[in-house]
Design a protein around this ligand. Sequence first.
Ligand code: ADP
Length: 404
Amino acid sequence: MDTILVVNAGSSSVKFQVFSIEGDGKLQRQIKGQMDGIGTRPRLRASGADGSPLADRAYPIEAVPDVPVAMGIAGDWLRNELRIIPIAVGHRVVHGGPDYDRPVLIDHGVVARLERLIALAPLHQPHNLATIRSVLAKFPTLPQVACFDTAFHRTHDAMADYYAIPHQLHAEGVRRYGFHGLSYEYIASTLPHVAPEVANGRVIVAHLGNGASMVALKDGRSVESTMGFTALDGLPMGTRPGQIDPGVVLYLISEKGMSAAAVQDFLYRDCGLKGLSGISNDMRELEASDDPRAILAIDYFLYRISLNAGMLAAALQGLDAFVFTAGIGEGSVRIRAGVAERLGWLGVALDPAENSRQARRISRSDSRVPVYVVPTDEELMIARHTLSLLSSRPSANPNHARVS
Ligand code: ADP
């Protein structure tokens, strides 16, 4: 069985999935796993496509010092115990910079170019690249593909990606990139099947998870996004504030004496729903609470989504459909209802019964703007890209790439 391994390496965990390539070229998810607790309590967990457990193992802290070692342990487990030897590896890479507008086959030159982008995504890019480098060293002939969170947004007009700062900084890379691109690309690829009548129109997609953003799609392409230079901008998130006056950052530094590292930690870990509620970053916990601060955090989340929807509708000069996706977007009846209510002026009319039963289309039949819930699948998108780049190589027989 030919398989593709999809890897998403974070700072203290590495998530992986295995897809088989079926006879008709379709990809079938076989395994989902992760090695987490790196540096604290390392643990390998994996399950089959049907959710059946395949592994749950703890490791001593010193046995898993970093993310590449964690990936090595997971790879050995796949190879030695499940006899899975992937023909290629697809990596989620957070930053492709201004130039990468699509996935790329990795070689040493690509790694060097991606290393130059570390300063733009210091929390994620080093872990993505460390894992790529270790696979490259261990299996030099195994094809690896980098799939970028930023690439899908490179269809923006230049205007959309400027900040009003001197040109030199823009040239250095201080510009708006947008993130969650693999999720949006997957949704854009699904819309022609789910909602063919609007797939080529003006669509806002709200990716509402722990990280949250929205994109404006025109004819399936990104024209504007709520995230910018980093994944801090735009909507409030689990622990990130979303849009915030840079003056607040200056205040934290000059009046509170915080260092750059402390401010970074604060903005990524202590703000958003967690900071505002003082209770949790987890939407399910907030929804279950009747504490006024939990209610405030939810209302703020809804308010900011509705403001940003107005901005994206302006970028699109109108709106033909609205799509919810990711953990909160796919799971929360209350958030979808709250957003829809605030978008009535744009022509959204929710069908509460369809919303409650988690239907694919949750708007009334007479809603001028139809509203959909579409589950996202970033890993499948990475596997698709990897397979497609593999097939387009000069020696297109995937068996040539097999490692033994
Ligand atoms: P990540 O950005 O980590 O991938 P997810 O897309 O998994 O995040 O989303 C996680 C968020 O989704 C959490 O806040 C969680 O509480 C929320 N969530 C998941 N299911 C539901 C649900 N049924 N109702 C409300 N919130 C939900």
